[in-house]
Design a protein around this ligand. Structure first.
Ligand code: ATP
Ligand code: MG
Ligand code: FE
Length: 337
């Protein structure tokens, strides 16, 4: 089964060709980061317009690199939510057009289920059930993957997503957008024990996260330094903030793994490309005898290969969407429309 996958939920226009679920024949990503940098974040209108400009070229390139033509494609997988509605619509419309013109089955995919499925690409032995920590720009979820396509939400953030916290703190220390990679780089030069930023625990919800408190305490710390005329060591802020976030992610993930008696753990989403986070997770999993899996950085941030993987398992389960498939900006994990 050969799947052409399309992803346009945010600021990456991406297409990929995926064979039999786990073999990536091509993975083309056109990022708009340089464009949105000017504004300190993604501007939805600009994102939609850029997707329209790029999508044909990106799809052609994905087919070219994979050395296949549309005749070889068995199904088209496309992200239909969650994300920016205008951005999603570009991918969904393109997928529907190809599906209609060539009579190729259409399979709509949930973006976050795609992120989770990225774990299958380089881990041939990974099969459900497993626990996945999704840490991306808009989501922070602990998801129990009971089977292919069967997702149960175990915990979630009550406010900011982990990636969002990285982006906001980066802005506060003047690092620009996107903040995650910049914080990670600067943190390497700092002392992670220099400043104690608190981790929030939510009463009665041991697997839920909260990151707005950490973000606020960073802002308060910076203001405090300015008021007292104390030197601000940005590297120490970056390292200490990153540590606070990682500690929270580890603590909740480990209690969920323990309570659910799950022995396999995976991470997914843009923040999962953070090396310090990955190494910390690896270490604690080794200590506890938990098998740990993670995607390479290129499959952590937005891409279409992960959408092709998720689409494959949906396709095998019999999922087919009609030409009435619509973009669903607030689509829930595990929800089917
Ligand atoms: P979502 O998937 O929730 O819809 P998104 O698609 O915008 O949101 P991703 O592309 O998965 O998010 O990830 C982008 C996020 O990952 C950004 O917030 C970015 O700062 C963060 N990020 C990327 N690299 C790193 C890193 N090395 N360390 C920490 N955060 C990172
Ligand atoms: Mg992005
Ligand atoms: Fe994403």
């Amino acid at each position: 089964v050969t799947i052409l996958a399309i992803e346009s939920s945010c600021d990456e226009t991406a297409a990929a060709v995926v064979k039999n679920g786990r073999e990536i024949l091509s993975n083309i990503i056109s990022s708009q980061i340089e464009l949105h940098k000017l504004y300190g974040g993604v501007v939805p209108e600009i994102a939609s317009r850029k997707h329209i400009e790029k999508i044909n070229q990106v799809i052609d390139e994905a087919l070219d690199v994979a050395n296949v033509s549309l005749e070889d494609i068995d199904a088209i997988g496309v992200t239909y939510g969650p994300g920016l509605v205008g951005a999603l619509l570009v991918g969904v419309s393109q997928a529907k057009a190809i599906s209609f013109a060539r009579s190729i089955p259409l399979v709509g995919v949930h973006h976050i289920e795609g992120h989770i499925s990225a774990n299958y690409i380089e881990n041939a032995k990974l099969e459900p059930p497993f626990m996945c920590l999704v840490v991306s720009g808009g989501h922070t979820h602990l998801v129990y993957v009971r089977d292919y396509g069967k997702y149960e939400i175990v915990g979630r953030t009550r406010d900011d997503a982990a990636g969002e916290a990285f982006d906001k703190v980066a802005r506060a220390v003047g690092l620009g957008y996107p903040g995650g990679p910049k914080i990670e780089k600067l943190a390497k030069e700092g002392n992670e024990n220099a400043i104690s930023f608190p981790i929030a625990n939510i009463d009665g919800s041991p697997y839920d996260f909260s990151f707005s408190g950490v973000k606020s305490s960073v802002l308060n710390y910076i203001n405090g330094c300015k008021m007292k005329n104390v030197e601000i060591v940005k590297a120490n802020i970056a390292a200490s903030f990153q540590k606070a976030v990682i500690d929270a992610l580890i603590e909740k993930s480990m209690s969920a793994l323990n309570d659910y008696k799950v022995e396999k753990f995976t991470i997914a989403g843009g923040v999962a490309s953070n090396t310090t986070l990955r190494l910390a997770m690896q270490e604690i999993c080794e200590e506890r005898g938990i098998q740990f899996f993670h995607p390479s950085p290129i499959y952590c941030t937005d891409n279409a290969a992960m959408i092709g993987v998720a689409a494959y398992y949906e396709y095998m389960e019999g999922t087919r969407h009609g030409l009435d498939l619509n973009a669903v900006p607030n689509l829930k994990i595990g929800e089917r429309r």
